[in-house]
Design a protein around this ligand. Structure first.
Ligand code: AMP
Ligand code: MG
Length: 401
């Protein structure tokens, strides 16, 4: 198979998963548990918003035609009540933010632009009708769909649900993601490794990434580097909604993951991407339409596993979770030092993005096994595969960690 560019590989993930996904079933959760979940129903306004024309300032409700002028104050209206009269010619009603605009008035002049003398308010400037008023239904009309299925609910969405009286809401079930680390050298975190052994950190970083992306991680026992054991463990992994493997996808004699997946009848969409870390990344699917399972074979070096999850597997998981959008935000920042790389690969190099976000500094590291360096990074620099040299102050793309 030909190696894909980063953009081609990312496009393949989005296309294949969008085309082949089956949406999860849904459940009802309380408003307090809704944030971060993916909406599984359409939410419509249960009434006009605002339900009455409301003042957005503290000031005086007036008739715009009377301004500038001296107006007689005929009453007061606060949020939570209604003014029972009407504002007549050269009259004003004192009004608070959020209060309904009294009948007859068509503008609100903020208190800072008025002077008061007893029961008279003096306004020196003209005003357009509608000033400082939020008309009834201007934000949303009763029955209008405001939130759509596939939206991951944020705090503003929670406000919307609350405002429309929704104490419970329908959301998609979180996909279960099997995490299968491979490698004869890998031992469980609780074990004491020999010098030639390594603790299984990938399963745990992946579990954290899966949880953050809206999935439920299920860590399986480590697969030994034999066809038999890998077959048994992949068989278990394929029971989940998505299978993530770490390790065993390079060209080594004991890298058996692809061979075993092929035995399961897997279709491979890519098995090499021109990126670093993570070149041997694999993406494919086992089984036909409804019962099919997508899988990612992520290279085992910890940085490779973390980066390839973020740039490929996370999008797949979000789509399988029912989300409609799964953008990878890569804003621009200015390099604080000059930098070189060999062209041909899109590199994701550990970096520190300044607190304000505008500047980025590479973090010194010893390659894709260097987890301590990754803990000092809060982002990755994303190099252009066609550009070798960057000067200090040049713009470069950044992927936050
Ligand atoms: P592999 O992709 O199987 O060739 O693994 C490459 C390297 O990544 C191994 O030599 C280990 O150093 C490291 N590695 C593989 N799997 C894990 C894991 N589950 N946790 C931590 N490091 C790992
Ligand atoms: Mg291995």
């Amino acid at each position: 198979m030909a190696a894909l560019t980063f953009n081609e590989a990312r496009a393949a993930v989005l296309e294949k998963v969008r085309a082949g996904r089956v949406l999860p079933s849904s459940e009802e959760v309380a408003l307090a548990d809704a944030a971060g979940r993916v909406l599984a129903e359409t939410i419509a306004a249960d009434r006009d918003s605002p339900a009455l024309s409301r003042s957005v300032r503290d000031g005086y409700a007036v008739r715009a035609i009377d301004l500038p002028g001296r107006l007689e104050i005929v009453g007061e209206v606060r949020a939570g009540e209604r003014f029972h009269g009407e504002v007549g010619p050269r009259q004003a009603v004192e009004i608070m933010t959020g209060a309904p605009v009294p009948a007859g008035a068509d503008a609100v002049v903020m208190i800072e632009h008025t002077r008061r003398e007893g029961t008279v308010v003096i306004i020196d400037d003209a005003a357009e009708p509608g000033l400082a008023i939020n008309p009834r239904g201007s934000e949303a009309a009763a029955g209008e769909a405001i939130l759509h299925p596939g939206k991951r609910l944020d705090y503003a969405d929670v406000a919307m649900l609350a405002a429309f009286g929704r104490e419970r809401v329908k959301v998609y079930l979180r996909p279960v993601v099997a995490i299968l680390a491979t490698g004869d050298e890998i031992v469980a975190v609780g074990e004491t490794p020999e010098e030639f052994q390594i603790r299984n950190s990938n399963a745990h970083s992946l579990a954290a990434q899966v949880t953050r992306a809206g999935g439920t991680p299920r860590i399986l026992a480590v697969a030994r580097d034999t066809v038999e054991h890998t077959r048994e463990m992949i068989g278990r992994g394929l029971e989940a909604d998505l299978l993530l493997l770490s390790g065993g996808v390079s060209a080594g004699k004991y890298d058996v993951v692809e061979e075993v997946l092929a035995e399961f009848g897997a279709e491979f969409y890519f098995d090499r991407v021109r990126i670093q870390p993570g070149q041997p990344a694999v993406f494919g699917r086992v089984g036909g339409k409804e019962g099919g399972r997508f899988f990612f074979g992520l290279p085992g070096n910890p940085a490779s596993t973390m980066v390839t999850f973020e740039i490929f597997a996370r999008a797949a998981l979000q789509l399988l979770a029912g989300e409609e959008e799964c953008a990878l935000h890569m804003p621009w920042a200015r390099l604080t030092e000059r930098m070189q790389h060999r062209i041909g690969l899109t590199r994701f190099l550990p970096a520190r993005l300044s607190a304000e976000g505008g500047e980025v500094t590479p973090v010194h590291w010893h390659g894709s096994g260097d987890v301590p360096a990754l803990t000092r990074a809060n982002a990755y620099l994303v190099t252009d595969p066609e550009r070798a040299e960057y000067e200090r102050g040049d713009w470069i793309r950044v992927l936050t960690k």
